[in-house]
Design a protein around this ligand. Structure first.
Ligand SMILES: NC(=O)c1ccc[n+]([C@@H]2O[C@H](COP(=O)([O-])OP(=O)(O)OC[C@H]3O[C@@H](n4cnc5c(N)ncnc54)[C@H](O)[C@@H]3O)[C@@H](O)[C@H]2O)c1
Length: 397
């Protein structure tokens, strides 16, 4: 049996604490694998890790205890079973000892304000990368891991335009000494992971490994990466429903989506700079699926009483035969962290399975898991899922 590392950036957040509670529960057979794509019969013959093979650690900027973060989801949001959190408390406490201080380069003032005073703030990007890399390499060595998958589940950073960055790794690398280096922390984590030969997955809309130069680094290191932004709720619905309108040749005139939720992520996304990155990620796929741009509005508001429960209300105004206007409305009420956590676990397993197959570079076959899949133009969920199926069956995607 080979042990596989799961290194979470943002290790004490809502998604991370649900991932880690779920991983402990799955490893000990305390829960059924509902919501996990890799537990479908399709994946039965795939060479992939068992849940019990994973060892977790991570980076964080807050010093709360992991078990307390999980218990908060249980008591305040009623998202997790408090008895289950109690049962896996020893595992969560053990993981807490493997969580190291993160990096704060260009995360914006809202995220920086969350950070414990002990988190380094003035390091150069190169020094931060060296420190993050050492943490991951120490983890791999002390736990005797065959491979580490680094997954970014940290707060969403303010948007960075990748077209303003140097196009090649050889041009980008020297800028790491410069305080003016535009790379945010998510990209520094990506570089640290890839330089260590680990894999990197970006579950957030932050820049991460999106720049072409970082893809070049991944190929050079014979490592792999994918992102961005897990497709868990409203946007998953869009990528399923928009093809219905496209294939029936119905004309979508407008699509309005209002989202309300009340967890820490919502508080960070209440900052307009951070919100801009998320809204862009939720909005682009309609025009890409439909082939034209209906009027769209995506709103996101933090409503504290809702905790981890997100309500998305979508209003779709479309025209049918003879120009008659019609409406579809849907309401999605999901528990954000519970929707995200199984995707993170599937992504860790599939990224490791790709390593077993010797794959390097961008993992396009994982597109169905993301709102903005890197290097993939196809936005229809079912067609993206077919890419995953083809990959599992060993066909070229
Ligand atoms: N359904 C979902 O929940 C969903 C879907 C898609 C994407 N996401 C994204 O996943 C991320 C996590 O969501 P969440 O609900 O767990 O948020 P959260 O606010 O509960 O957790 C984020 C964690 O990251 C930590 N953090 C922030 N900046 C950091 C840094 N530079 N280094 C290390 N740690 C850092 C925070 O302290 C916090 O503990 C967010 O970016 C969110 O937008 C979530």
């Amino acid at each position: 049996m080979s042990r596989i590392g799961l290194w979470l950036v943002g290790a004490r957040g809502g998604v991370a604490s649900t991932v880690l509670t779920g991983l402990a529960a799955l490893s000990q057979g305390k829960t059924r694998p509902i919501g996990l794509t890799t537990e479908l019969p399709l994946f039965a013959g795939l060479d992939m890790a068992a849940w019990a093979d994973f060892v977790a650690g991570g980076h964080e900027i807050r010093t709360i205890r992991l078990a307390d973060a999980a218990m908060d989801l249980a008591t305040r949001s009623r998202a997790l079973d408090p008895d289950l959190v109690e049962q896996v408390r020893p595992e969560l406490d053990a993981i807490d000892h493997r969580i190291r201080p993160g990096a704060l380069h260009r995360v914006g003032s809202t995220i920086a304000a969350l950070a414990d005073p002990g988190v380094p703030r003035d390091d150069s990007p190169r020094d931060s990368i060296a420190r993050l890399r050492q943490d991951i390499e120490d983890f791999a060595a002390s736990e005797q891991l065959a491979h580490v998958v680094v997954v970014n589940v940290a707060s969403t950073e303010p948007a960075v335009d990748p077209s303003r960055l140097p196009a090649t790794w050889d041009e980008l690398e020297p800028t790491l000494d410069d305080e003016a280096c535009p790379l945010p922390a998510s990209s520094l984590y990506a570089i640290a992971a890839l330089e260590s030969g680990c894999s990197y997955v970006n579950f957030t809309p932050s820049l991460g490994s999106l720049p072409e130069a970082i893809d070049q680094l991944a190929r050079r290191q014979k490592s792999r990466h994918m992102g961005r932004d897990g497709k868990t709720g409203e946007t998953l619905m869009k990528s399923v429903l928009a093809p219905l309108f496209a294939h029936r040749h119905l004309e979508v005139m407008s699509w309005v989506g209002h989202n309300i939720f009340g967890n820490l992520d919502a508080r960070v996304l209440a900052d307009p700079a951070n919100k801009k990155a998320k809204v862009a990620s939720k909005d682009h796929l309609l025009r890409e699926i439909l082939g034209y741009a209906p009027q769209t509005l995506v709103s996101m508001e933090s409503i504290e009483s809702l905790g981890d429960w997100k309500t998305a209300w979508d209003h779709i105004h479309f025209r049918g035969f003879l120009g008659t206007p019609m409406t579809l409305q849907f309401t999605w009420q999901g528990c954000d962290s519970l929707l995200a956590a199984p995707l993170v676990l599937d992504l860790a397993r599939l990224t490791d399975a790709a390593r077993r197959r010797g794959e390097v570079g961008t993992l396009h076959f994982l597109a169905s898991f993301f709102k903005s899949p890197q290097g993939v133009a196809q936005q229809e969920f079912i067609r993206q899922f077919e890419m995953l199926e083809a990959w599992v069956k060993g066909r070229k995607t």
